[in-house]
Design a protein around this ligand. Sequence first.
Ligand SMILES: Nc1ncnc2c1ncn2[C@@H]1O[C@H](COP(=O)(O)OP(=O)(O)OP(=O)(O)O)[C@@H](O)[C@H]1O
Ligand SMILES: [Mg+2]
Length: 320
Amino acid sequence: MSYAFEAEGLVKRYGSTTALAGVSLHARRGTVLGVLGPNGAGKTTAIQILATLLRPDAGRATVGGLDVVRDAARVGRLVGLTGQYATVDEDLTGAENLVLLGRLLDLPRAAARSRARALLTQVGLMDAAHLRVSAYSGGMRRRLDLAAGLIGRPEIVFLDEPTTGLDPGKREDLWATIRALAAEGATVLLTTQYLEEADALADEITVIDHGRVIAHDTPAGLKQLVGGRTIVVRPSDPALLGAAARVVERVTGRPVEQQHGGALTTPVESARAFTDVVRALETARVDVAELALRLPSLDEVFFSLTGVTETSATGTEETA
Ligand SMILES: Nc1ncnc2c1ncn2[C@@H]1O[C@H](COP(=O)(O)OP(=O)(O)OP(=O)(O)O)[C@@H](O)[C@H]1O
Ligand SMILES: [Mg+2]
């Protein structure tokens, strides 16, 4: 099996904080690996080690078959990294920045210009190409940062939360860019706080928490891993939520969670439980507006693995 990058047992400590406690991850060529984890899980630390910006205390990693410590300089030339704004000069325009980076990579002037134009178009910055970066919004900087990382047509691309802070339309645009990269044969490591993003883009997902890998699978495999299926019940009258929850809990023997919008969800192993719930609700005369059996969302997988909901992982719902 030839992996585009491969890390084994990475350990990184900061004083008494263990950022990575033995992380292993890998991706086959031409695939997208999603790395998911709550705040402080160690995602950025892992990317920085793979991109040679940080040395591990223990463990080893290769990128394109090269050791990230011994062959750091060559690895550095092999990969495109985004998530570090340092590469961009505030006083230059977006286009000037990209042309300059292309020139630094030894592209002839005309080639650097056309590469810059193509990338600016791809990330939706053509209209702002001749604006100084100091006038860019946060979302525009993020997109320029991604374009900067792609100038040298890297075969291996590390994207640390590339879409954080982008509005939904721009996020979709970046997803298309990332899909195009993989389709052209690049290997992508993507960290994200958005589970739907990993679901939409990643061939495989590594979930890390407290510096350890707690799961690695395809998105579908991860969903199968956790309770198999989910029963969704939404009573037609919110006043019946309590009665419905009691019925579902009694029949399935599993705890019921109440979602935003008044639906109840319960993980179950078999489809049989579903028919039992349907009958029991009928007997108890609980009228339902929605009744479904579906694969769990990655959200539920994440919660079940880490005990952290997506929203509280991003720190926006701490007090809820
Ligand atoms: N330079 C540093 N000095 C001290 N501690 C650090 C440093 N960088 C990271 N840490 C700690 O290491 C742990 C992992 O941090 P890391 O940035 O890798 O997490 P992350 O998964 O990227 O989190 P986030 O989702 O918030 O970006 C955290 O506890 C963090 O506080
Ligand atoms: Mg991070």
